[in-house]
Design a protein around this ligand. Structure first.
Ligand SMILES: Cc1cc2nc3c(=O)[nH]c(=O)nc-3n(C[C@H](O)[C@H](O)[C@H](O)COP(=O)(O)OP(=O)(O)OC[C@H]3O[C@@H](n4cnc5c(N)ncnc54)[C@H](O)[C@@H]3O)c2cc1C
Length: 384
């Protein structure tokens, strides 16, 4: 089906969908509220399942500016002891990638421009879905609108069962630290430090010149500061006081962290309403503890374009897209929450038992440890 499509949102999901839909012959106009397409200064991990999609779109993500870890190590927060080493089981063609978000967005935007996507920037649009024959966006009529407008989606607000995202009880502190200030091992290691009700993730970016930090803490309430704001680095250091040397060294060099409330809502019943469809965080926001939110948006983009291309009836194509994607994204949402609970065990005895079990299986059966998320990484939406 060749359609005239409006995409709302120029994040990773919206840009990937724009490229995929153009390749299927649709005409695509992408509306982004920001005056420029960009991203927060932070890292982003793209696993093999999403790399497959980018490659199938003719892109070469493995050659973009990124880090390619062979494994990720898990550590206890206090002594920094190694708890487990998880091999990413990647190949040269299908690596696990760690990007500066701005670098990934810039590559996707260039690909969208090369594919003749019409970009309309600085446009916070609203959508009128009352007409059964089309959708009106910014005074223009389209056959279909794709809501790729993130966790606070205004397109989703128009759905029958729309749910406002709720605070998950977790907040993420994000910062980038110059490698010039740090010991050399930071530039080659991707680590997770697990402590009571908190964890920290660190990995290198931009040829090891920058270190990405995400520090997550549980909080009962989210005050009214907005959903992201400039944080106080001393407060961050206080929150993680008493953590191991490497964690403390990294925290000592954090200057301007951003504090990010993690919001989500339970799975929606409908991702489709008449001629509107949701994709990425607008459909299935998730906590970032298996690093899959953007990867799922990239998979969504492929499946949506594929279904629209091969199903002659629009309503059926959209229903097929939802039916294919919802079970997988719901399972990933649940897995991410569970992963947070494992990282954050606060009872010292339970933590000791859990870490000992992880340590033993990482040594005795590394493939089982690595295979834990095979159902995520080995999935190939481009094969169907
Ligand atoms: C701390 C943290 C770490 C993470 N790490 C990872 C990771 O390692 N790997 C991973 O896969 N995922 C990760 N994620 C999740 C990932 O960031 C998101 O899932 C992903 O960015 C969602 O992409 P999206 O395109 O759906 O939405 P967004 O990136 O939110 O993009 C939505 C876009 O829509 C625009 N917009 C909104 N409303 C309108 C409007 N009315 N009109 C026009 N434009 C509009 C916004 O400006 C924005 O550009 C992480 C998340 C967090 C918080």
């Amino acid at each position: 089906m060749v359609l005239n499509i409006a995409i709302i949102g120029g994040g990773i999901g919206g840009l990937t969908a724009a490229i995929a839909l153009r390749q299927k012959g649709c005409s695509v106009t992408l509306f982004e509220q920001a005056p420029e397409i960009g991203e927060v200064g932070a890292g982003l991990q793209i696993s093999v399942n999403a790399v497959r999609v980018l490659r199938a779109l003719g892109l070469k993500p493995q050659s973009w500016l990124c880090n390619k870890p062979a494994n990720i190590t898990l550590h206890d927060y206090k002594e920094g002891d190694l708890v487990a080493r998880v091999a990413m089981n990647t190949t040269v063609d299908l690596p696990y990638l760690q990007f500066h978000r701005a670098d990934l967005i810039s590559e996707l935007m260039q690909a969208a421009i090369a594919a003749d996507v019409t970009l309309k920037l600085g446009k916070q649009v609203s959508v009128s879905m009352n007409n059964p024959d089309g959708v009106d966006v910014d005074g223009q009529r389209f056959d279909l609108v794709v809501g790729a407008d993130g966790v606070r989606s205004s397109v989703r607000d128009q759905f029958y069962d729309a749910q406002k995202p709720r605070f998950t009880g977790q907040i993420a502190w994000r910062a980038l630290v110059s490698m010039a200030d740090l010991p050399s091992e930071f530039s080659t290691s991707s680590r997770v430090f697990m402590g009571p009700k908190k964890h920290m993730v660190t990995y290198p970016l931009r040829d090891g010149n920058l270190i990405n930090l995400v520090a997550v803490e549980e909080r009962d309430e989210w005050a009214d500061e907005g959903w992201n704001y400039a944080g106080d680095p001393d407060e961050l250091r206080r929150l993680f006081a008493g953590w191991c040397n490497d964690a403390t060294t990294l925290l000592a060099h954090v200057n301007s962290p951003i504090v990010w409330g993690l919001f989500a809502h339970p799975p929606l019943h409908n991702w489709v309403k008449n001629r509107a469809v949701l994709l990425g965080d607008s459909a299935h926001p998730m906590v970032p503890f298996v690093a899959q939110g953007a990867c799922m948006a990239i998979e969504d983009a492929w499946v949506l374009a594929d279904q629209l291309a091969k199903t002659p009836d629009l309503a059926m194509a959209l229903q097929n897209y939802q039916d294919i994607r919802k079970p997988r994204t719901t399972k990933v949402q649940e897995t991410a929450l569970k992963s947070g609970r494992i990282y954050h065990v606060s009872n010292p005895l339970t933590r000791k038992v859990l870490h000992t079990g992880m340590r033993l299986s990482s040594v005795a059966a590394p493939s089982i440890m690595a295979g834990h998320y095979d159902w995520i990484y080995n999935h190939d939406v481009t094969a169907h």
